[in-house]
Design a protein around this ligand. Structure first.
Ligand SMILES: [Zn+2]
Length: 87
């Protein structure tokens, strides 16, 4: 794996491609649980709010999907693995 794990950006980007993520309701519940378990960490409150936005889980750079497993690991991600590595 070449993915570099680092905190998500400042969210100042304007998403070019708005679309709903492929998450199921069950996956959103799982993510909400993961976020609530770590709600004391910086950015987790914002992540919990973003979870209900249509573009949560969508890369703000390329509009691609951020894999569920990666969001479970870091619910604050704003970008997919490829875009994080290109920054
Ligand atoms: Zn991307």
């Amino acid at each position: 794996m070449t993915c570099i794990k680092r905190p998500a950006g400042n969210g100042a980007h304007h998403p070019k491609h708005m679309h709903y993520h492929y998450f199921t309701l069950e996956q959103r519940d799982e993510l909400a649980e993961a976020i609530r378990a770590r709600i004391d960490e910086p950015g987790m409150n914002a992540a919990l709010e973003r979870l209900h936005a249509p573009d949560y889980g969508v890369c703000e750079s390329c509009g691609g999907d951020i894999p569920f497993a990666r969001l479970m690991h870091n619910p604050r991600l704003h970008r997919c693995c490829r875009c994080l590595n290109e920054l």
